[in-house]
Design a protein around this ligand. Structure first.
Ligand code: SAJ
Length: 416
């Protein structure tokens, strides 16, 4: 049974693993963070962070100072192991499980009877079963659930993270968790462990259902955003204001349309639905189409911008926002980045970027000529075309007089 004296090996110290490690450590658990990235390990041991997440640095600083969290590149013996490593996809949207396999092989060496291993990485259905096989292949001296009729030496479960970037520290504690065991006993054990630091309900199921549950949550959001984005295409074609349309339709008591935008970014919603499509290609038709609609949105915006500058000799285009969503500096899989980069590469005029959350342009933009990071006021003064890509707080303060005489493309509908 997990107690505040338990030692947890947190494998993967990225966007999920590091906040989880810090929150567990702040609740009294002893946490050994493991990551293959020596730089990340050094930064964390210095009480700092290598990722962007509000309130995380202060928490990491405190738990490292108190000795509750320490990072290393090599796994050490522990009572519980959590795995939160990336699960990207390869070419043709095939899930890449190599990071989970490598993590399994690394912790297998230090596993001992009575350990609990929980996979948190977003994963295709059946991955927890594969995790058991990878562990068992390394440790013939131990028994594993699903492979033995008796009480296994090791418990294995799947418990997906569900936290919203930007609100991770709060959501890690407050959100309900779905805990899928390889067996009911494994689920029980994992549930007791999560209860030591989660305030939300920890609901038990089997591993396969928990795996699909995580994918379902993000696919639900993707499909709903795709509906909004498809409406924006229809509205553009019919010369109707999509924002007014959505506002009016949402006055119906049972209609709740999400917001159209320049596309769907981040490391989760734009990726996870493909895991369902890969597992059940002939059934997951709407999920696949939603991905295609959302992935097609940046190109649609670029076409609109090109149409706007068609008759301007040396156009100056202001791109407001680069992040994948408002009020954070996370540029991962950002449609705003894709649009800005395409514009910059098309070599049609000067591109002024306004992104209050970064200090310098990312490498992909930095080396392109005629792309500059600048202030909001400078961009508004110089631009012929203003493209609002991310609804960061400071952009709400832009007055209609600031936009007078300019061509405005507001992809988030904040300047209505
Ligand atoms: N977006 C729209 N219109 C909307 C809402 C969002 O275009 O109405 C866009 C955003 O601009 C952004 C993208 O969708 O580009 C995703 O943003 P998000 O805030 O919806 O979600 P993420 O990717 O930050 O976090 C999601 C969350 N999942 C759900 O809300 C179902 C989070 O709870 C998950 O833990 C996270 O994915 C994850 O790690 O899987």
């Amino acid at each position: 049974m997990a107690s505040s004296r338990s030692t947890v090996g947190m494998v993967g110290l990225g966007y999920i693993g590091l906040p989880t490690a810090a929150v567990m450590a702040s609740r009294g658990l002893h946490v050994i963070g493991v990551d293959v990235n020596q730089h990340a390990v050094d930064v964390i041991n210095d009480g700092r962070i290598h990722i962007v997440e509000p309130d995380l640095e202060a928490l990491v600083h405190e738990v490292v100072r108190k000795g509750q969290l320490r990072a290393t590149t090599v796994p050490e013996p522990a009572d519980v192991f959590l795995i939160a490593v990336p699960t990207p996809f390869k070419a043709d949207k095939v899930p890449d499980l190599s990071y989970i396999e490598a993590a399994a092989k690394a912790i297998a060496l230090v596993l001992k009877k009575g350990n609990l291993v929980v996979l948190e990485s977003t994963s295709p259905v059946g991955t927890t079963e594969r995790l058991v096989q990878w562990l068992a292949a390394e440790r013939e001296d131990l028994t594993f659930p699903g492979l033995t009729a008796d009480e296994p030496d090791i418990s294995v479960a799947y418990c997906p993270e569900r936290v919203l970037p930007g609100k991770v520290i709060v959501e890690l504690v407050e959100n309900d968790r779905v805990v899928g065991g390889m067996t009911p006993q494994c689920a029980d054990r994992a549930q007791r462990f999560y209860k030591t630091f989660v305030k939300g309900d920890c609901i038990i199921t089997n591993a396969r259902t928990a795996e699909l549950c995580k994918l379902t949550e993000n696919s639900f959001r993707d499909v709903n955003i795709a509906f909004a984005n498809e409406l924006s295409l229809v509205a553009d074609e019919l010369n109707i204001d999509v924002w007014e349309l959505v506002r009016l339709a949402n006055r119906h008591p049972r209609v709740n349309i999400l917001q159209p935008g320049p596309g769907v970014g981040g490391h989760c919603i734009a990726v996870d639905p493909w895991f369902i499509v890969h597992s059940a290609p002939s059934s997951a038709r709407m999920i696949k189409m939603a991905r295609e609609i959302n992935d097609g949105k940046p190109e649609h915006i670029v076409k609109k911008i090109h149409a706007a500058i068609a008759n301007i000799e040396a156009p100056v285009i202001a791109c407001l926002g680069l992040a994948f969503k408002p009020d954070i500096g996370d540029l991962r899989e950002s449609p705003a980045m894709e649009i800005t980069e395409t514009l910059a590469r098309s070599d049609r005029g000067v591109v002024l970027v306004v992104e209050p959350h970064i200090e310098q342009l990312p490498a992909t933009l930095r080396d392109l000529p005629r792309v500059h990071l600048t202030s909001l006021s400078d961009a508004l003064m110089r631009a012929d075309v203003v493209v609002l890509l991310v609804h960061h707080q400071p952009f709400f303060a832009v007055e209609s007089t600031d936009l007078e005489g300019k061509f405005v493309i507001d992809t988030r509908g904040i300047w209505q």
